[in-house]
Design a protein around this ligand. Structure first.
Ligand SMILES: Nc1ncnc2c1ncn2[C@@H]1O[C@H](COP(=O)(O)OP(=O)(O)OP(=O)(O)O)[C@@H](O)[C@H]1O
Length: 238
């Protein structure tokens, strides 16, 4: 079943056509991947769904049209966003970062602490002194506090060391058992492990939709669409 249905999404920024017609279906379970080369339009698609950039077209969450709504109402409809830069406040503690994200009357701290025990242990630590992976857990944990229907994570492993990538991958796998995830990611080993369906963008358009494992098994297609080889990673990769 489709949870988020995006059709003919278009974005123009400063006179420049950034998206020319993106179609995307996000499944109502597990991880759906949004892939594409650098500059293909992945982040712009996510921002357009969230109303963070002006856009036309349609984005329906569980049948509800989002494109007429401002961002704060879109978020209230149940989308948790893990932005590319994580958006963690370095001068606040872990607990304060989480508290700022509270939206529901009864934020689900038990779930956050169950999935990320490290955040409980470090609740008094300044977020700016956490490792990159721990900061990413704060960013993901924030989205779990509220009863979100969908979590959108934009390149959550960018800039992280391989061991930390594996930790974040484990965390995302646990999260996706509870809440569907739209994952923007360049790390294909991680995508291969986590994602079911995928959409690939090229030059601001949808270039391919299908099954992630099938795409990554098709070396010529993956090379054409993603610009990279997809050989199996060594043992120990996510
Ligand atoms: N604010 C902006 N002003 C002008 N052009 C922009 C702006 N934001 C994005 N673009 C352009 O839109 C295109 C898509 O950018 P976007 O960040 O969505 O791609 P992406 O697939 O997320 O790339 P990456 O993998 O490098 O993060 C790029 O050519 C980018 O230069």
């Amino acid at each position: 079943m489709t949870l988020l249905q995006v059709r003919d999404l278009r974005v123009v920024i400063a006179g420049s056509h950034v998206l020319h017609g993106v179609d995307l279906d996000v499944a109502d379970t597990g991880v759906t991947a949004l892939l594409g080369r650098n500059g293909a339009g992945k982040t712009s698609t996510v921002k357009a769904v969230l109303g963070l950039v002006p856009r036309t077209g349609s984005a329906r969450l569980a049948g509800r049209e989002l494109t007429a709504l401002p961002t704060y109402l879109i978020v209230r409809h149940g989308i948790g966003y893990v932005p590319e830069d994580r958006g963690v406040f370095p001068g606040l503690t872990v607990a304060q970062n989480l508290r700022l994200a509270e939206r529901d009357a009864r934020p689900d701290y038990p779930l956050v602490h169950q999935l990320f025990p490290e955040l409980k242990k470090r609740e008094r630590q300044l977020a700016g002194t956490l490792s990159g992976g721990q900061q990413q857990m704060v960013a993901i944990g924030r989205t779990l506090l509220n009863g979100n229907r969908l979590i959108i994570a934009d390149e959550p492993t960018k800039g992280l060391a391989p061991k930390v990538v594996a930790e974040v991958a484990d965390a995302l796998a646990r999260v996706a058992e509870r809440v569907p995830v739209l994952l923007v990611e360049q790390n294909l080993a991680l995508v291969r492990r986590l994602a079911g369906p995928c959409t690939v963008l090229a030059d601001g358009r949808t270039a391919h939709r299908g099954d992630t494992a099938e795409l990554l098994a098709d070396e010529p297609a993956a090379r054409r669409l993603l610009g990279v080889g997809t050989h199996r990673p060594p043992e120990g990769s996510p």
